[in-house]
Design a protein around this ligand. Structure first.
Ligand code: SAM
Length: 283
């Protein structure tokens, strides 16, 4: 993968620091987007030097998000989606997938990256059922008590809460407490869509995870922890894990294998097994 194209700092919108890499822009770069700066491409280059197939992690994650949205919109009838850490708009976004199946479902996006907020607001200007807010997703009350969220999401009814590719960027051990606060606010029958960098606990794959983690955590992003299946599942207290794939696996699986309705990808690349996805229901 080349990391040579993108936006130059002179084109940076007001309020955006082109000298500091951003999680959203680096991730967008790995997905093939154009909204990244030289400083982001340095991080991408170092990750690719450590693990040349690292972009498979981003692609596997985004594919999981898309399939989970399609599955939940088609099969659960839940009409409210709260997408925390939604990222830069790509070709297929949560509201587009959901609205093909549930045209009047409410979708609220949350992020704190200025580039994400600018693109998101432009994309959503004419949308009736989709909103974007700025908040710190690691402070659940800031999201759950935001006026736009409270106007558009009724927490007495089931909600699909998405935290996809977010909690590995939280430094420290507060993941279970943060997610517990969100889960407490959800009505019975709600779903959580969750993904996280995964230490697959197999020596050769753990080495891939470790090499990427070293670049992310020790580099200017300062975060990006790979956790084990048990550590990740512990972030979803009180939830029932649903079937993850056609093999009958329950709970967390590599994102590329999460597809309860369809064929599981055979022989995924080793790196793609280093991000895990899970969909869970609040009883
Ligand atoms: N959920 C999308 C996906 O899986 O395709 C994007 C994932 S991207 C790896 C992580 C996103 O979380 C970025 O857009 C980043 O700006 C956002 N994010 C990270 N920390 C955040 C925070 N404290 N508050 C709000 N958003 C945050």
């Amino acid at each position: 993968m080349s990391v040579s194209s993108g936006t130059s700092p002179s084109q940076a919108p007001v309020g955006i620091d082109p000298d500091r890499p951003s999680i959203a822009r680096v991730y967008d770069g790995f997905l093939g987007g154009k909204d990244h700066y030289a400083v982001d491409r340095v991080v991408m280059g170092k990750v690719l030097e450590a693990v040349p197939e690292a972009a498979d992690i981003a692609r596997g994650n985004r594919g999981f998000l898309n399939r989970a949205c399609r599955f939940l919109a088609a099969q659960t009838g839940v009409q409210q989606f709260l997408d925390c850490g939604s990222g830069l708009p790509t070709a297929e976004n949560t509201h587009q997938i959901v609205h093909r199946l549930q045209p009047e479902a409410q979708v609220v996006y949350v992020d704190n990256d200025p580039v994400v907020l600018a693109h998101g607001r432009a994309l959503l200007a004419d949308e009736e059922f989709t909103h974007m807010i700025e908040a710190d997703i690691f402070k659940p009350r800031a999201v759950l008590e935001n006026p736009v969220v409270l106007t558009n999401i009724d927490f007495a009814e089931p909600v699909v809460l998405l935290h996809v590719g977010t909690l590995h960027h939280l430094v420290g051990d507060d993941g279970p407490a943060v997610m517990g606060e969100y889960i407490d606010a959800l009505a019975s029958g709600s779903y959580v869509v969750f993904s996280h960098f995964l230490d697959p606990e197999v020596p050769e794959l753990t080495d891939i995870a470790k090499r990427i983690e070293d670049v992310l955590v020790r580099g200017p992003l300062g975060a990006g922890a790979f956790r084990t299946r048990a550590e990740i599942e512990a972030m979803l207290p009180g939830l029932e894990f649903i079937q993850a794939n056609g093999e009958g696996d329950i709970g967390l699986v590599p994102c590329s294998e999460w597809w309860p309705d369809g064929p599981v990808l055979r022989n995924p690349s080793p790196a793609s097994r280093c991000i895990g996805g899970i969909v869970a229901r609040k009883p």
